[in-house]
Design a protein around this ligand. Structure first.
Ligand code: FES
Length: 104
């Protein structure tokens, strides 16, 4: 696991979604819900939509293309037409910086 500095915890507001573009890795979506930070892959498993452009409803991210949704805690599908889960990534905060743990 590599910990990648991604964003300032102070800059990510409650209910905000931020797309993070990383060298050599697919984009990541960062979310803050109830003071907790979550990270998932940004691209919907149903199509080429950026989930960071979707709507957060509690812990559910609703895709902007066809209104399918996922639980950002687990990546599991909540609503179709999505059928495949999205990947989630562990997050830690060190000195106010959000670190995303990516597989090597
Ligand atoms: S592309 Fe996300 S629900 Fe279709």
């Amino acid at each position: 696991m590599a910990k990648i500095p991604a964003y300032s915890n102070n800059d990510l507001k409650e209910g905000q979604i931020e797309r993070i573009d990383l060298d050599g890795h697919e984009p990541i979506a960062l979310y803050k819900v109830e003071g907790q930070i979550y990270a998932t892959e940004d691209t919907c498993s149903h199509g080429a939509a950026s989930l960071a452009e979707g709507d957060l409803d509690g812990h559910e991210i609703v895709c902007p293309f066809h209104d399918g949704s996922f639980d950002i805690r687990t990546g599991q599908v909540v609503l179709p037409p999505c059928t495949s889960p999205i990947q989630t990534f562990p997050v830690t905060i060190e000195n106010g910086t959000i670190l995303i743990e990516l597989p090597d």
